[in-house]
Design a protein around this ligand. Structure first.
Ligand SMILES: C[S@@+](CC[C@H](N)C(=O)[O-])C[C@H]1O[C@@H](n2cnc3c(N)ncnc32)[C@H](O)[C@@H]1O
Length: 302
């Protein structure tokens, strides 16, 4: 079981973990800055808002990591002036390298989401992807998002784990662990080498994730910070089960011995099932059963 940490310890571990993860983060999570990444991110923004996005003059991303959301939104033309913040200097260094490689201009600031170093009302959009579940004091963070947003500004977060969806995802993970030896025999791969004595990413993974949300909890924290028109919806069910099954299997095998054909099957199958989720399931099933939650809201105009 993960040890109980103080809020400051959670922030410190998040910083260390993501500093170490920064170099191989894009490869590990298949982060794309081409057409695919642009389409994925634009679709998530549209889904969160419930209508086609407009253009935002000044955006601030919280926990921007290597730039998945902001760099793709800049390329899609949905934001004009982008600022990225993250608690990890390592992540921001990779983001700057990615921005330079793509010829994009982004301001960046190392900052904790609970204490943002920006003036009141300085942004039109505050956004993030897969970051809220790392933040110890969410009420304080949402108060900061409301403070730095201009009146009428938009708050938007995607990729947050849902509590029930997270539990459901344990089923394919356990099943994959059970059949992993058979799967490795079928693809003729040796078992993965042992982890590096406690300093690996995996050893901190259970510590950096501090929340999984019920949809009502997430909308409640946004409303209590003063946001209006708050929407929380779910995304990824079949895609997620498929993805976790494959990732769990792959983690047990020597990476260089996993066949290219398998990787193509896993990648393409995931994209296909994302479409099935989007077209058939997301509008029909309750948000709580999906693996990820997306949220949007609006700061009241004066
Ligand atoms: C799972 S990663 C997601 C990165 C990026 N948004 C993406 O989707 O690829 C979470 C990010 O949140 C950052 N983070 C964790 N705790 C934070 C905090 N308290 N304040 C700001 N950023 C934080 C981490 O350093 C990391 O870059």
């Amino acid at each position: 079981m993960a040890p109980t940490l103080t809020p400051q310890e959670i922030r410190d571990v998040n910083t260390r973990y993501h500093d170490v993860a920064a170099d191989h983060y894009d490869a590990k999570w298949g982060i794309d800055f081409g057409e695919l990444g642009r389409d994925q991110v634009t679709a998530k923004v549209r889904k969160a808002l419930g209508h086609p996005p407009g253009r935002y003059a000044r955006s601030l991303e919280i926990g921007s990591g290597t730039g998945y959301f902001t760099l793709n939104l800049l390329r899609a033309g949905l934001i004009e002036h982008a600022t990225c913040s993250d608690i990890s200097a390592g992540m921001l260094a990779t983001l700057s390298a990615n921005a330079t490689a793509l010829g994009l201009d982004v301001q960046s600031a190392q900052a904790d989401a609970e204490r943002l170093p920006f003036d009141d009302a300085s942004f039109d959009l505050v956004l993030g992807h897969a970051v809220l579940h790392h933040i110890p004091d969410l009420a304080q963070a949402f108060a900061e998002f409301a403070r730095v947003l201009a009146p009428g500004g938009t708050v938007l977060f995607a990729g947050e784990p849902s509590r029930y969806g997270d539990r459901l995802a344990n089923v394919p993970k356990r099943a994959a662990t059970a059949v992993a030896p058979l799967w490795r025999a079928a693809i003729r791969a040796r078992p993965a080498p042992p982890a590096d004595g406690g300093h690996s990413d995996a050893s901190l993974e259970g510590v950096v994730d501090v929340h999984a949300f019920a949809p009502g909890e997430l909308s409640g924290v946004a409303r209590r910070a003063g946001f209006q028109d708050v929407r929380v919806i779910g995304e990824e069910l079949l895609a997620n089960w498929f993805g976790w099954t494959n990732r769990t299997l792959e983690a047990t095998a020597e990476p260089t011995e996993i066949p290219w054909g398998w990787r193509q099957y896993a990648y393409r199958g995931y994209l296909l099932l994302q479409e099935v989720d989007r077209r058939l399931l997301e509008s029909r099933l309750p948000a709580a059963v999906f693996y990820n939650l997306v949220l949007s809201g609006r700061k009241p105009s004066r």
